[in-house]
Design a protein around this ligand. Structure first.
Ligand code: CA
Length: 229
């Protein structure tokens, strides 16, 4: 999925709860992918690269705790925030005690409004561009809501792919992204694109960023990929 619409993975086995949450998350502007058990949750995690996970504690097949533990152990999913839902506060204590690595906990019955606020808070932390914030790096400014990019006083014209590339870099300055990671984030996992395409678009982005002068802020890391700064 492209960076424009943030995706929430919802794993909840009770159909009524699942539908209420799906409805509310969609009303908040999220794309929702939903699973009804832990096994499905793990598969959807791989297939959909969600930005935030809302995970029930008691789930058939693989429990929510086990799903959480697995996702927080794997390097490729570790950074994705997980909000655990549990039926009792003692369970929350146990989740904390087990050090599953969940980022937040909500006790059922929860207020949907509060849960939505927590999802937004996790999204802002993990994916500021997807949350519609303004990102800044040195003299570059990217407004993810209006899609305006400026460097110093100059407005820059970027194509949609270059815009998403720059958002990805600006969310994590200094981080080296491999070509495959950039493909997943910018083009989405469902589309087959050659990794050389990444080089072409990074080249275009560089050109656009330096059009009115200034140093090239993008760094090519040999054998690894690209980074901002
Ligand atoms: Ca349940």
């Amino acid at each position: 999925m492209a960076a424009d619409q943030p995706t929430v993975l919802l794993v909840e086995d009770e159909p009524a709860q699942r539908e209420v949450l799906r409805y509310n998350l969609e009303a908040e502007g999220f794309r929702v992918v939903a699973g009804e058990n832990g096994e499905e949750g793990l598969v959807l995690m791989d297939e959909e690269s969600p930005d935030v996970v809302v995970l029930d504690w008691m789930l058939p097949k693989v429990s929510g705790i086990e799903v959480c533990r697995q996702l927080k152990t794997r390097p490729e999913t570790r950074a994705v925030p997980i909000i655990m839902l549990s039926a009792r506060s003692e369970e929350v204590d146990r989740v904390r005690g087990l050090e599953t690595g969940a980022d937040d906990y909500v006790v059922k019955p929860y207020s949907v409004i509060e849960l939505m606020a927590r999802v937004r808070a996790q999204l802002r932390r993990a994916r500021p561009a997807a949350a519609g914030l303004v990102l800044e790096y040195e003299d570059i400014r990217l407004d993810s809501e209006t899609h305006r990019v400026t460097r110093g006083e100059e407005a820059l014209k970027l194509g949609p792919t270059e815009f998403r590339l720059l958002s990805t870099f600006m969310e994590k300055p200094g981080r080296v992204f491999t070509r495959e990671q950039l493909l997943d984030r910018v083009w989405g996992r469902d589309i087959y694109v050659d990794t050389r395409t990444v080089d072409v678009h990074v080249g275009r982005l560089r050109k656009a960023l330096c059009k009115h002068g200034g140093e090239d802020p993008l760094r090519t890391v040999r054998g690894a990929g690209y980074a901002l700064g």
